[in-house]
Design a protein around this ligand. Structure first.
Ligand code: ADP
Ligand code: MG
Length: 148
């Protein structure tokens, strides 16, 4: 099952993220694939809102990970492995996060932690047809895709 969505403007990407965030129940793993500037972090800002997180989400590209508390005892663990060549101890942290049923784990540049991720994850590929338009291709986690 594959789903494709085209959004125009940063706000529309946030809103789509918010919609997905509002449907999450905890335990989900979402991998975001796409070039720098494709809109991955923008999407996470909306997703966080849908998880009831008021705090401003910042890109974790320097800190590698950021964790936020949301609605219903859920938390968002947001990773960005762009700057790392090897995940090291971060792979262990990630392994714990994805095993926690109250945590929603979202990962940008997940290649180096591929081995840690379960197959039951939603992958969202971001394409950039124009400066303002983003095409999102969603596949993987069937249970979650059916809710969208
Ligand atoms: P990434 O995390 O993939 O590197 P960011 O979300 O940090 O990307 O940045 C996306 C950039 O693209 C921002 O500067 C944003 O304003 C711009 N942009 C333009 N149109 C869109 C869109 N439809 N969705 C998301 N970002 C967009
Ligand atoms: Mg980013």
């Amino acid at each position: 099952m594959i789903k494709e969505v085209t959004v125009t403007g940063e706000q529309a990407t946030r809103e789509y993220g918010e919609k997905i965030g509002s449907l999450l129940e905890g335990g989900e793993i979402i991998e975001l694939v796409g070039d720098v500037g494709a809109g991955k972090t923008t999407f996470v800002k909306g997703l966080a809102k849908g998880l009831g997180i008021d705090e401003a989400v910042q890109s974790p590209s320097f800190t590698i990970s950021r964790v936020y508390d949301g609605r219903d005892g859920l938390r968002l663990a947001h990773y960005d492995f762009y700057r790392l060549d090897t995940a090291g101890i971060m792979a262990d942290e990630l392994r714990e996060m994805i095993q926690d049923s109250a945590t929603v784990t979202v990962i940008e540049w997940a290649e180096i932690v591929e081995g840690v991720l379960s197959k039951e994850r939603l992958t969202i590929q971001f394409e950039t047809p124009t400066e303002e338009t983003r095409k999102l291709i969603l596949f993987g986690d069937r249970k979650l895709l059916e809710k969208l």
